[in-house]
Design a protein around this ligand. Sequence first.
Ligand code: HEC
Ligand code: HEC
Ligand code: HEC
Ligand code: HEC
Ligand code: HEC
Length: 325
Amino acid sequence: MRWLWVIGLLAACAEPATSLDAGRASSAKACEDCHAEEAREHARSAHAGAFTSPLFAREWALAPSAFCARCHAPRVANALDEPELAARGVDCETCHLDGDTVRATRVTGTAPHPSRVDPALATTDACRGCHQVDFPSSPGQALQDTVAEWEAAGAPGGACQRCHMPRAGTRRRHDFPGARDQETLARALDVRVSAAHDGWSTQATLALEAAGAGHAVPTGDVFRRLVVRASDDAGGERAVELGRHFVFSDGAPWRPLRDDRVPAVGVREVTLRLRGRASRVRWAVEHWSVPPETAARTGLPRETLHRELARGALDVPATDGARAP
Ligand code: HEC
Ligand code: HEC
Ligand code: HEC
Ligand code: HEC
Ligand code: HEC
């Protein structure tokens, strides 16, 4: 009996993606059937939604391209021909299968499938192919720059897996917590805030440091933004958007304008000036999947595109120029 489904699995693995699906339909065991915990975690990960996430789906509908499918539907040669397999996004097979063999960091010898140790799976090389890439139209201009940010900073925090596949007993979590996980997001930055009167205005200064991230914050997609806000009790508010800013022009490559994200190493200081001499200042740092005004145009629920990273309030010392500790 055992060998029956093992053969089914082997046949499934040995052939390209289509026959694996055919194998599934004819009751061959899929990874998910035997690795329930990994499967449950993976199902709620961004990887599982790489092709179906509403933001990606919007862009894909406008301009489907093989370039995008390479990372968002890595299992298929042509995502338009194989929509079901494309919808699996970045799945178990994408990261673990090498021909008919399962790649692993440790081999127990008890698996009903061939496995081999691949040390690269425990390193950043397992992530590089998708998390580092240039604009196809502009070689040298990064579209995804996370791995280079991490390398340039001296590999803070160790390999990506250390933070994004935290240990759960002897296993590693497969939901890949990142910016869309409130706990992980809350760890990303150290925020130090001071406020002082300056003439007839109040100046709030936020010093942001990426102490809990291995890369710039926000990292990843080019449209990610941090919004830094300060407000007073009288309803005055100031905000800035930190991110990678580009100049768009039809047909031509995007031209980088500036990158004012919180760097992987060092401090990003943001100063916000409120009108009037406030006695108390509230502040907030928010992570946005796309800039706020773009978010409003997508028609997608705001809470799926926006999350709070940190917030607080402080009293402003009464004297001119004085700074709170
Ligand atoms: C019929 C059940 C079954 C199927 C199907 C299956 N596995 Fe396994 N796998 C096991 C068992 C049992 C082990 C031994 C360790 C354990 O109990 O988790 C194992 C071990 C592993 C390991 C650790 C390395 C090793 O050999 O000990 C990895 C990684 C793995 N499987 C990935 C996969 C992936 C990816 C797929 C789909 C392509 C898959 N497995 C399909 C049952 C299965
Ligand atoms: C984005 C890549 C990626 C995807 C997708 C992925 N894995 Fe893994 N998996 C890894 C890496 C990396 C490790 C090893 C981590 C380490 O030991 O440093 C691993 C480890 C494992 C292990 C060993 C035990 C453990 O949990 O650490 C099993 C079993 C496993 N994966 C099964 C699966 C299954 C089943 C799926 C699909 C539901 C899946 N993986 C999807 C990258 C991935
Ligand atoms: C085959 C391509 C591919 C590989 C390999 C890959 N990723 Fe991803 N990853 C993606 C895509 C695509 C997304 C974005 C999905 C989305 O947002 O819809 C993503 C998203 C993520 C996120 C974002 C989670 C969030 O909630 O915001 C993290 C973290 C991540 N990957 C970590 C890793 C790590 C660590 C590895 C290596 C062990 C890895 N990835 C390997 C393609 C890949
Ligand atoms: C020291 C811990 C740490 C390390 C190491 C680390 N990250 Fe992260 N990562 C974070 C935190 C915290 C966030 C949330 C803040 C953010 O989005 O920048 C994050 C966010 C992400 C996101 C989500 C971006 C989004 O917009 O949803 C991706 C993708 C990602 N990391 C990939 C990687 C990759 C690839 C590596 C390895 C080169 C890596 N990370 C190394 C902590 C880490
Ligand atoms: C080399 C791999 C790669 C290629 C090629 C690629 N992407 Fe991505 N994409 C990623 C990764 C990795 C992320 C996740 C980073 C993050 O979470 O910030 C991502 C995130 C996204 C997101 C955000 C999804 C969400 O749910 O928040 C969109 C939208 C997107 N990509 C669109 C595209 C489009 C359109 C193309 C083709 C023009 C494309 N990507 C090409 C790797 C790639």
